[in-house]
Each structure stands twice: as C-alpha cells, then as structure tokens.
Design a protein around this ligand. Structure first.
Ligand SMILES: *Cc1c(COP(=O)(O)O)cnc(C)c1O
Length: 356
C-alpha cells in the first residue's frame, strides 16, 4: 500500500529527490565514491555548496544585499545566533509570540538585548496571529515565526512595521513567495520543507552585520560562514546535498509561485472537509490557518485513538497532533502530493459514516 507521510518534521521529501539521494550514497557524481566518504573540499562537493547557496537565493528572489549560509545546530541555534549577531546589550528588539518556537526564540534573545513582546496569541491557545503590534520605535528588528508548526497558524500578511523583519521560516520556506526586502534575516531548519535534518538555511542582509561591539566566538559569527561560503569547518554534506536536490525539484516545477498554488489547492481540500464534516473541527482561527500544518480536533475525544489507527491502516502516517495541542495535525508540505490529501479526506469521510 502507498503510504503518505504527514509527519511535521523530519518530514516528507519528493520521491525523485529520495531516489537521487540514494544514488549518491553509492556513487556520487560519477566518482565511484560515496558522497558520505569524500572530502568536503573536493571540487565535486564545493560545486554542491555553491549551487545550494545560489539556488536558495534565487528561489527566494534575494538580491546581492543578502548572503546565504548553510549552518548546523538547527533552527534552535538561530534563536540565539540571530540575536547575538545583531544586538548590543543595550539594544531593543521586538518579538511576536505565536507559540512554542517563538517563545523559545524570545527566551534565548533575552541573553543578548532588551527584548519586548510586541504581541502574543497565548491568551487563546495560540490559535491566531496577532495583528495589533506594540513595537518600541528603538527596536532593531521585529522577529516573527512565519508558520507555527505546532498550532497550525501562519502569517498571510507580513507584520506591519518599517524595521527589518527576522523570520523563522522553518516550516514554510519555499512554500510561497516571500517579500525578502522587508527582512533583515530569515532562517529555516531543513527538516520541514527543504531536506533532511542536519542543516539550517540562513539569509542575512549584509549591512546589518558589523553593528555589534562584542567579539563573538568564531563559529557563532555569521561573518565567518559568509566569508568561507559555509565551508569554514566541515559542513553536513549529505543534508546540504539533499536540500539542493529538493531546491532543484522546486525550481523545475516552477519555483515558489507554483508551490504556493499547489499548497493552496491541497489546504483548501482538507479545510473544506474539516468544516463540512460534523465530527471534526479546525483548531486555528480561519483567517490565520496554516497551509502547511493543518490542526484539527474530533468532537468525541473517545474516538481520537480510533481515528489515528484507522488512518494508519489506510497508509496515512503521522497525523497525531503535537502533545501540547492534542487532536490531529496533517502536515502537507511541498512534497505532499494532492492525492495524499485526497486519501486523507476519503478516510475522514468513511470514518464519519461509521461513527457519526
Ligand atoms: C521545528 C522548528 C524549529 C526547531 O528546529 P530545530 O531544527 O529542531 O532546532 C524552530 N522553528 C520552527 C518554526 C519549527 O517548525
């Protein structure tokens, strides 16, 4: 039976990418050697890194004002690294708190500057995206989480401000066009919508670096990685390579504009069913619903486990909700085909017929 992977992360990758990635384990680039055993300084790999850096910028429409990096330590390391590279202790920065990941970013940033919560949706279980912002005018940047992987909300309009935005785009990078010129920095862990776990893409506006007084440890300074094209030390070669394959796949299909169309179509199909089906209910406010992580609950909590096992029997894998929300979460990233969502909807309808 065909299985559809709805896990939130590490998450589904396109079949074509997995096949190409498997080949590179045995014989990379016709070298007769595995990608896992060659020097990262070999021309065959430096070519991969160069293309990955340039293609990431191309897909996002980044100008030469931006530098791209593939780093390690996950998106979680960017929670402190971004603040550390952009703030002096006396500086102020604003953050929008829309859930678990934002809260973690805020906690880390407190170590490096005066951090203000410009808005929060905590009061209602992070079901919505706050629109009213309270941003002190001396803020160096405004940090937001473009897609809230756990609660299933997403910014459909950028937060309104004139200061540079910092976006944690871990779970919706390359899913839609981004107004990059409004951003000072964006980052995304690979394992949601870009590749396997192990690397994090960062794009930073170069003119924002160099404003801090403190000297940073070499590995934590963005300048190190920019100057060495993400090859200061050994990069996670395989994660970068598979991320490159995924970016090529996005580019071939028509780029982020085409991804946005496909993602809207998939999300619409699923939300339509959630709204029509008397057994299920959406978790997030309608206007702020995520096109990537669809969160929903079941009217009769006694049926929750039953629904998950029915899904599993039908090849629908990984839709149990995050422990902090409960219910279900269907992650429908770029690589999820329309047929996967159709299958889930069919299972929901059958389940309701039997239990409604
Ligand atoms: C998964 C996730 C993170 C954490 O990523 P790690 O790579 O595990 O550190 C941060 N932000 C968002 C929005 C995420 O979805």
């Amino acid at each position: 039976m065909k299985k559809y992977n709805f896990y939130a992360g590490p998450a589904i990758l396109p079949d074509a990418v997995l096949q190409e990635a498997a080949k590179a384990i045995h014989d990379f680039d016709g070298m007769g050697l595995s990608l896992l055993e060659i020097s990262h300084r070999s021309p065959n790999f430096t070519k991969v890194m160069e293309e990955a850096l340039s293609l990431s910028k191309e897909l996002l429409g980044a100008s030469d004002d931006f530098a791209a990096m593939f780093l390690t330590g996950g998106a979680s390391s960017q929670f402190y690294m971004a603040a550390m590279n952009l703030l002096n202790r006396s500086d102020t920065a604003s953050y929008i708190n829309t859930g678990t990941w934002s809260s973690k970013a805020i906690k880390e940033a407190h170590l490096f500057g005066k951090i203000v919560e410009a808005a929060s949706s905590k009061e209602d279980g992070y079901r919505f995206i706050p629109k009213e912002l309270n941003i002190p005018k001396e803020s160096v940047f405004l940090h937001y989480t473009s897609n809230n992987t756990i609660f299933g909300t997403q910014f459909h309009q950028l937060p309104e401000t004139d200061i540079p935005l910092i976006g944690d785009m871990s779970s919706d990078i390359f899913s839609r066009p981004v107004e990059l010129d409004k951003h000072g920095l964006i980052y995304a862990g690979a394992q949601k919508n870009m590749g396997p776990a192990g690397t994090t893409l960062v794009l930073v506006r170069k003119d924002l670096l160099g404003r801090i007084k403190q000297t940073l440890p070499t590995m934590l300074d963005y300048n190190t990685h920019i100057q060495k094209s993400s090859m200061f030390n050994t990069p996670p070669v395989y994660a970068v390579y598979v991320s490159l394959l995924t970016m090529r796949w996005v580019a071939q299909l028509g780029g982020v504009e085409e991804m946005a169309k496909r993602n809207a179509r998939k999300a619409q199909l699923l939300y339509q069913e959630i709204d029509a089906n008397p057994l299920f209910e959406g978790y997030a406010y309608k206007e702020d619903r995520s096109l990537m992580n669809v969160t929903f609950t079941i009217a009769d909590a006694g049926l929750e486990e039953d629904f998950v096992s029915t899904c599993t029997e039908n090849g629908i894998i990984g839709i149990k909700g995050h422990r902090s929300v409960g219910g279900f979460r269907a992650s429908i990233y770029n690589a999820m085909p329309y047929e996967g969502v159709e299958k889930l909807v069919e299972v929901m309808q059958d389940f309701t017929k039997r239990n409604g």
